[in-house]
Design a protein around this ligand. Structure first.
Ligand code: ADP
Ligand code: MG
Length: 348
């Protein structure tokens, strides 16, 4: 088992933290990323820089690894499918095909009899005029959006006049929810009904970017139980292997909705590194390498703050106490609205 080398597609902070967990388990890692400056190369045993559609580089990657996973969902399905013919990709590529497209993802969730916001597919401008009942709403690109990128808030249909929307792409229009709370459930699935479920994590967004996460979530127990059940149904239905995150909304009337599924480790789960005996990253590595599920134990309550853009400068200079864990992603360039690091504070 300790012979396995893990291939990871994507080289950001999630990749870095996956590599650190693999190292803890005495497993080797190869990062594949299209960014020559990918931070995860500093934590991996090997790094291959290449386009996600470069078949020659991908073959080189395949030859060096035993099992493959990914740290973000926008790897082309064809690439995952190709790799999977030689080395197992976990979670399996069909999971990605569903989840990397907001419309397929929401259709899938509803097929499981689980609630989402009301939504409709938007292919052209006239589809918006035909669906004003979903406005106020948010128009989102079906593919490649993250941290609020590719999203347009529409309070009125007339807001469209000021927006330059490229209708060569597919969109989804979602009814705006009157949000009371947001939270996430992180679960690692090892096999049918063999799940490790972390305590629900309450999340606060600023500018559609995650800013604060905490456990315990200050949310009604009944809602949390329902959300955990839904997460288990989703993971089993997808026949998922590894760590998955389900993002939820609660509206002002206490209705629960699935917002989106992340088929990977998740930013809201960074606090699991310091708050649990086994982090979401270690559990992901364990599951994809076929190791047995271990009992999950929460050691501390915790809070996490995402450090965005220029904020990183002052965090780099701070002194930290022994209940504070600062992690600098080591990104070469500081950009506005970009996640640069995080700080976890545990309650000792
Ligand atoms: P991303 O892929 O960028 O994370 P999300 O769909 O999760 O996209 O949207 C980011 C954030 O925007 C959400 O966490 C939430 O705060 C807000 N948001 C998205 N959709 C809605 C909605 N239908 N109603 C209210 N707020 C929303
Ligand atoms: Mg989201």
């Amino acid at each position: 088992m300790s012979e396995q080398t893990i291939g990871i597609l994507g080289g950001g902070q999630l990749g870095s933290l996956l590599c650190l967990s693999a190292k803890k388990l005495n497993l080797k890692t190869v990062i594949y990323c299209n960014d020559i400056d990918a931070p995860a190369q500093n934590y991996a045993n090997q790094f291959i820089c290449g386009d996600y559609k470069d078949k020659i580089k991908i073959q080189e990657f395949i030859s060096k690894v035993d099992v493959v996973t990914y740290e973000f969902e926008n790897i082309p399905f064809e690439t995952l499918d190709l790799i999977n013919q030689f080395k197992q990709v976990k979670p399996k590529p069909t999971v990605n095909k569903i989840v990397q497209h907001r419309l397929y993802e929401k259709d899938f969730v509803n097929k499981c009899n689980i609630s989402t916001t009301r939504y409709v597919s938007i292919k052209e401008r006239s589809d918006l005029n035909a669906n004003v009942k979903l406005i106020p709403g948010i128009l989102k690109t079906c593919r490649l959006g993250y941290d609020g990128k590719g999203q347009f808030k529409l309070n009125n249909i007339s807001d469209l006049e000021n927006l330059n929307i490229d209708f060569s792409q597919e969109y989804i229009l979602e009814k705006m929810i009157n949000l009371k709370k947001e939270f996430s459930i992180i679960l690692t699935r090892f096999g049918h009904s063999i799940h490790s479920v972390y305590d629900p994590i309450e999340n606060e967004h600023e500018d559609q970017i995650l800013k604060f996460s905490k456990i315990p979530a200050d949310i009604d127990e009944k809602i949390l139980t329902k959300a955990k059940d839904w997460a288990s149904i989703i993971a089993d239905d997808l026949d998922y292997i590894g760590t998955i995150c389900i993002e939820y909304f609660i509206d002002k009337n206490d209705n629960l909705y699935v917002n989106e599924i992340a088929p990977r480790v998740h930013n809201s789960g960074h606090l699991t590194i310091n708050a649990f005996n086994i982090s979401q990253f270690e559990n992901h590595i364990r599951a994809i390498c076929g190791l047995e599920k271990q009992e999950l134990i929460k050691i501390f309550n915790a809070k996490m703050i995402n450090i965005i853009g220029e904020e990183i400068v002052s965090y780099r200079l701070k002194q930290y106490s022994d209940n504070e864990y600062f992690f600098d992603y080591g990104k070469k360039e500081i950009k506005a609205k970009r996640k640069m690091g995080h700080l976890t504070v545990v309650e000792k």
